[in-house]
Design a protein around this ligand. Structure first.
Ligand SMILES: [Zn+2]
Length: 332
């Protein structure tokens, strides 16, 4: 079984397994939330890669996931992509996705496995609010797109008991919205990174793709929060000791080296520049291993505080089963 995962940008990943090429949440250019969010990195070839998909799944309604301009462009290029549209008791994505130009749109209910061919089954699990995750069970491979979800440990354990072994976990590692509690940038980074670490600890995946976190805030009301987002360089430093982590990098693989913060407001530009010159956070590696106790954090992520993240040991990635090719990209 060969599993190939390509991170195109933000929450957009192209997953190839058993001849199925499943695309998630393409936001590949422009802004989201009426201009409030931008992409930290550019990946000009991403739309071309996305158009290679056989199937498409959108996790939630937020425009960093259901990004209409990108979806319309994708539908223009590939109206035949098979779209898996979330349908719950109180909403349906079917009509909205059809209206964007997709000809084949199938309803994907809650917690009901759906066969998408080649022995691949997908199951959608809704969580609190409007978030959803997708479990992909292929012959010989189990993938969990955890997306923007942030489950308490108990729920994670129940999920683990239900789906069993996870070979590849896609999980978020940054905040994605207004922060209402003041804490140091580093404490905030530790809190959200700790949330991913908790998911890793419980799900015990063979590989992890940190994703859905490479946005920047563009509104003057929230640009200051950009300082507490982990960028790819910091993420690399914080996960350097964990051989399971498949890290997105700028300009790798098919990516264009011409990447950088994308059209950020001026203040952000200055601050990003400062960020880039900063040495890897000396607290970083320790953070993955052991989040500090008692740091004030975001209410959504209180559970992350004071929990012990996985102590990660091991040799370099030895499995040839999962080959990751990361291109720049990057939860809302
Ligand atoms: Zn998001």
């Amino acid at each position: 079984m060969r599993l190939h995962v390509e991170s195109l940008n933000h929450a957009c990943v192209l997953l190839s397994v058993s001849g199925v090429r499943l695309l998630f949440d393409p936001w590949l250019s422009g802004t989201a939330f009426s201009g409030g969010w931008g992409l930290r990195y550019e990946n000009p070839r991403a739309i071309e890669r996305a158009a290679d998909a056989t199937h498409l799944w959108i996790s939630l309604w937020h425009s960093d996931h259901m990004h209409e301009p990108t979806l319309r462009e994708l539908a223009r290029r590939r109206p035949d992509i098979e779209v898996l549209a979330n349908v719950s008791h109180n909403f349906s994505m079917v009509e909205r996705l059809r209206a964007m130009g997709f000809a084949k749109v199938d309803a994907l209910g809650e917690r009901t496995p759906l066969s998408i061919g080649s022995g691949v089954m997908v199951t959608r699990y809704p969580t609190a609010g409007i978030d959803n995750m997708l479990h992909v069970a292929a012959p010989g491979a189990s993938i969990l797109n955890y997306n923007d979800c942030n489950l308490p440990e108990r729920a994670l354990r129940r999920l683990k008991a239900r789906i069993g072994q996870v070979d590849l976990l896609l999980a978020n590692y940054n905040h994605a919205g207004k922060l209402f509690e003041r804490a140091s940038d580093e404490a905030i980074q530790r809190t959200f990174f700790g949330s991913m670490a908790r998911a890793v600890e419980v799900m015990r995946p063979r590989h992890v793709v940190p994703f859905a976190s490479s946005h920047v805030y563009r509104s003057r009301y929230s640009t200051a929060q950009n300082q507490s987002l982990l960028d790819f360089d910091q993420l690399a430093a914080w996960t350097a000791h964990d051989p399971r982590a498949l890290r997105p990098r700028r300009g790798v693989g098919d990516g264009d080296p011409r990447v950088g913060p994308r059209d950020p407001p001026r203040r952000e530009r200055t601050r990003s520049a400062q960020h880039r010159t900063r040495r890897p956070n000396p607290l970083g590696p320790r953070v993955l291993v052991e989040p500090a106790r008692g740091d004030p954090g975001h209410p959504r992520d209180r559970q992350a505080e004071g929990r012990r993240a996985p102590r990660v040991r091991g040799e370099a990635v030895s499995s040839g089963r999962c080959r990751a090719r990361r291109t720049p990209r990057e939860r809302g």
